[in-house]
Design a protein. Structure first.
Length: 146
């Protein structure tokens, strides 16, 4: 296990770093600082550091009345992939997701992120949908744990 330092994003802390990882890994859908602050009130958002170096982030979207699914997303900057950080972030997100007792657990990966798709498949996720957001040119892939 690595020695990642993981911090929870709050409206007044770690917003910039969470946004930096998101916008690097998902360049087709950049978020503003206000977008991230708003999300931090609805979702569990965390950032990961190796010493003081930003490595990645994680999101857990809780279930809703309409959708009893928890979505867990781990993003690792390309320079830090292949070192177990994604597994660590996913394990942390999945543990939190299971506490919410969802009907299912899903993740979402940008179709062009071959590393992310490969990682999700090796974690046991199976593809359930591909979709394109309005104005985007690259589809997202929704994967679900069976």
């Amino acid at each position: 296990m690595s020695t990642l330092r993981i911090e929870r994003v709050r409206p007044d802390a770690f917003v910039q770093d969470w946004r930096a990882v998101h916008n690097t890994v998902i360049p087709t859908h950049p978020l503003s600082l206000d977008d991230v602050r708003e999300r931090s009130g609805r979702h569990l958002l965390e950032v990961a550091y190796l010493d003081d170096v930003l490595v990645g982030n994680m999101t857990v979207r809780p279930p809703t009345d309409d959708e009893p699914v928890v979505t867990v997303i781990a993003r690792v900057l390309s320079a830090h992939r292949g070192r177990g950080f994604g597994r660590e972030l996913y394990a942390r997100g999945l543990a939190h997701a299971r506490e919410l007792r969802p009907g299912a657990v899903e993740t979402v990966v940008l179709e062009s992120n071959e590393d992310g798709l490969r990682f999700a498949l090796t974690q046991g996720f199976v593809e359930v949908e591909r979709y394109l957001l309005p104005g985007d040119t690259i589809r997202y892939v929704t994967l679900r744990l069976p």
